[in-house]
Design a protein around this ligand. Structure first.
Ligand code: HEC
Ligand code: HEC
Ligand code: HEC
Ligand code: HEC
Length: 480
């Protein structure tokens, strides 16, 4: 996580004081709709969780991609201002072009000097903007025969275009424009971006990687930035080009609260990380491990200022060993603590065993990884039904902060995930009206900014400074 990112794009999007004038009303607007939508939501969730089959990631789907130009009509999604006369904003293309890094910008970075260096360091034959290795994540990159080439409709230069997330539109383009229900669109190949599990898998397919594309340690060694992701916060940062209002849920779409999205996102992230560990193409757990799955700072830090190491109960490991990056596991434990305490306890035990297997070669880490995945599959339906009320929010912030102060997030990645989680939880306090605008703005400008600063730069991370920031937030939230 870079300093600029959360500061200028995160909190900035959410407080009227610091926000770019254009974004603030939209994101705050969204908040107001969350509460009344809850009842409809619960009914929908019960119906939706029945179908367990994972939808196909858009890039790998069977349908032709029609191109951003096919969405861009001024009475469709190419309006220069919000219209909302057809349920949706209709200025989605503009938001994507101007504020969303997935637009042409995701492609354009492949033309810059950093990309060329990465590519040269790896000895790639093609330049990055023609190399599928890079295009698979920096653009919507379906196979050539799945692109509408007539009239230059589909252009890979458009970056991660609409269909990179919403699915190839070949079958749903016309129906969705003439009143098809959301369920019908999904049946015709639209990707269910509203569903938390499906959304997280989609984002992680690029923000972590999947079985077909992956930023491994070689890519990072060649100069690719480190990946960090949390689905609720990153959805806000994207930023929203949608409004989960009353008609949204009435149309059969899910609008989970941010904290629920966060919790499910952590479960899916753990599942995907374990999949990477179990995938022989990407990793040999224990023997020749894929270093990207380990805590970067276990290896990467100066040896001049030593004594950074702190004992951590959840690893059970001593100093001087390479550790798995378990930040998503630690967050999942927190969510489960409230949803299913027995499952939280099991995960804590399994995590310790996984650490010992991965770092010290003890036991059978693959079997443990498979067991954790099986447990997550069983827990997800329960997580989808979780009701995140005031009580849950208070318990969650209390527990996360207690663990932070107890030294559980002494590793950079742990502190980073905890900080992102607290950002989302405090946001939840605001949405549930446990704090008012003034208190929220104050936290955003002081305690949360300090906390995010403390985790802004992995190279400068100091666990004691992070602890101090966690403590300051704890003080401010006490009694709220
Ligand atoms: C598995 C997906 C994936 C692959 C493969 C991938 N990238 Fe990336 N790349 C990302 C994501 C996601 C980010 C944004 C990371 C963040 O900011 O959290 C990124 C960021 C970058 C950045 C920094 C962008 C900026 O705005 O500063 C560069 C440069 C880059 N990638 C180049 C490349 C090149 C060159 C290749 C091919 C050799 C490549 N990437 C392959 C997913 C990928
Ligand atoms: C990085 C992924 C991503 C990209 C790229 C993307 N979207 Fe979305 N879009 C989402 C997510 C997530 C949602 C929210 C969940 C939902 O409503 O399905 C969404 C929602 C929407 C909605 C639904 C609003 C509603 O009220 O039902 C529309 C319309 C939309 N996007 C259009 C577009 C268009 C047009 C583009 C291209 C300019 C685009 N999106 C690009 C992820 C993306
Ligand atoms: C097809 C690959 C792909 C998918 C799918 C995808 N992203 Fe990205 N995302 C990228 C790349 C590549 C970048 C970096 C672009 C750049 O820096 O120019 C990025 C950047 C971002 C950023 C900006 C990060 C920063 O450093 O400022 C956010 C926020 C983000 N993505 C959120 C999401 C969310 C939320 C989803 C799922 C709804 C998603 N992404 C799905 C490829 C993808
Ligand atoms: C087990 C130890 C280990 C872990 C864990 C690890 N690395 Fe590395 N990393 C190395 C080694 C060894 C090199 C090669 C150093 C060299 O060539 O001088 C390296 C090289 C690099 C380089 C290139 C440095 C340079 O000066 O050119 C980058 C960038 C990098 N790693 C990033 C990461 C990131 C990001 C993570 C976490 C996602 C990570 N590493 C995890 C050991 C590790």
């Amino acid at each position: 996580m870079t300093r600029g990112r959360i500061r200028s794009r995160g909190p900035g999007l959410r407080t009227s004081a610091t926000a770019p004038a254009k974004s603030a009303p939209r994101s705050l607007h969204r908040r107001r709709f969350e509460l009344p939508a809850l009842v409809v939501l619960l009914v929908l969730l019960a119906a939706a969780s029945a179908s367990a089959e994972a939808p196909v990631i858009p890039q790998y789907g069977p349908d032709k991609h029609e191109g951003v130009s096919s969405c861009d009509g001024s009475t469709c999604h190419g309006s220069a201002a919000p219209r909302n006369d057809r349920n949706v904003r209709q200025d989605e293309v503009l938001i994507w072009t101007e504020e969303d890094r997935h637009s042409q910008r995701a492609y354009k970075v492949l033309l810059n000097r950093d990309s060329k260096r990465i590519s040269q360091n790896l000895g790639r034959k093609k330049p990055p903007h023609q190399d599928d290795l890079c295009l698979d994540c920096h653009a919507d990159n379906p196979p050539k025969d799945k692109r509408r080439t007539e009239n230059n409709a589909f252009r890979v230069e458009d970056g991660v275009g609409c269909e990179g997330c919403h699915g190839g539109a070949e079958r749903w383009l016309r129906p969705h424009d003439s009143g098809a229900t959301h369920a019908k669109n999904v049946e015709l190949g639209m990707y269910p971006t509203d569903e938390p599990i499906a959304r997280t898998r989609l984002c992680l397919s690029c923000h972590l990687g999947d079985r077909k594309k992956f930023v491994d340690h070689r890519l990072m060694g060649a100069g690719h930035p480190r990946q960090s992701f949390e689905v609720a916060l990153f959805s806000i940062l994207q930023p929203y080009h949608w409004e989960p209002d009353a008609d949204y849920t009435a149309r059969g779409k899910q609008a989970p609260s941010d904290v629920k999205l966060w919790a499910i996102g952590q479960a899916v992230a753990v599942d995907e990380v374990l999949d990477a560990m179990l995938d022989d193409e990407r990793n040999r757990l224990g023997l020749f491990p894929e270093l990207v799955l380990y805590d970067c700072q276990a290896c990467h830090h100066g040896i001049d200022k030593m004594r950074r190491w702190r004992p951590r109960q959840s690893t059970g490991l001593g100093p001087g060993v390479v550790r798995l990056n378990d930040s998503n596991f630690l967050m999942l434990v927190q969510a489960l603590q409230l949803i299913d305490p027995a499952a939280a306890k099991t995960l804590r035990t399994d995590l310790k065993a996984l650490h010992q297997g991965a770092s010290e070669g003890r036991g059978d880490p693959k079997a443990i990884a498979r067991r954790i995945r099986a447990n997550i599959a069983k827990l997800l339906p329960k997580m989808e039904k979780w009701k995140v009320d005031a009580k849950a929010l208070r318990a969650l912030s209390k527990n996360v902060l207690a663990d932070a102060l107890g030294g559980e997030y002494a590793d950079y990645a742990g502190s980073e995930q905890a900080a992102m989680a607290l950002q989302t939880i405090v946001y939840g306090y605001y949405a549930e009206e446990l704090i008012d605008d003034a208190v929220y703005d104050g936290l955003e400008q002081r305690e949360l900014t300090k906390l995010l600063d403390a985790v802004a730069d992995p190279d400068k991370f100091n666990p004691d400074a992070a602890k101090k920031a966690f403590r300051a937030l704890q003080k401010k939230l006490a009694g709220r």
